[in-house]
Design a binder for this molecule. Structure first.
Ligand code: SF4
Ligand code: SF4
Length: 72
């Protein structure tokens, strides 16, 4: 069976703005949660809607997004 990486805590979306080049890949993948700010950097506009799927983290070419680990 195919193994997948489990979702992580959706409430902790960290975006390193100095690494983000504003390509828009993440915001295109996740329009409900992510958006671009006025400076052309990705932001977590609606973090409460994040499911922790990590699509954004795994597709960012600059490793600028980190979805937090659930420490419960
Ligand atoms: S995919 Fe990465 S580099 Fe591109 S906009 Fe999102 S955070 Fe920035
Ligand atoms: S982890 Fe998934 S739901 Fe959360 S911001 Fe990234 S792509 Fe969107």
């Amino acid at each position: 069976m195919l193994e997948t990486t489990p979702p992580r805590n959706s409430k902790n979306i960290q975006i390193n703005k100095s690494w983000c080049k504003g390509c828009g890949i993440c915001t295109g993948l996740c329009t409900k949660v992510l958006a671009m700010d006025g400076g052309g950097k990705a932001i977590a506009a609606n973090p409460s809607l994040c499911t922790g799927c990590r699509l954004c983290e795994t597709h960012c070419p600059d490793f600028a997004i980190s979805i937090g680990v659930d420490v419960n």
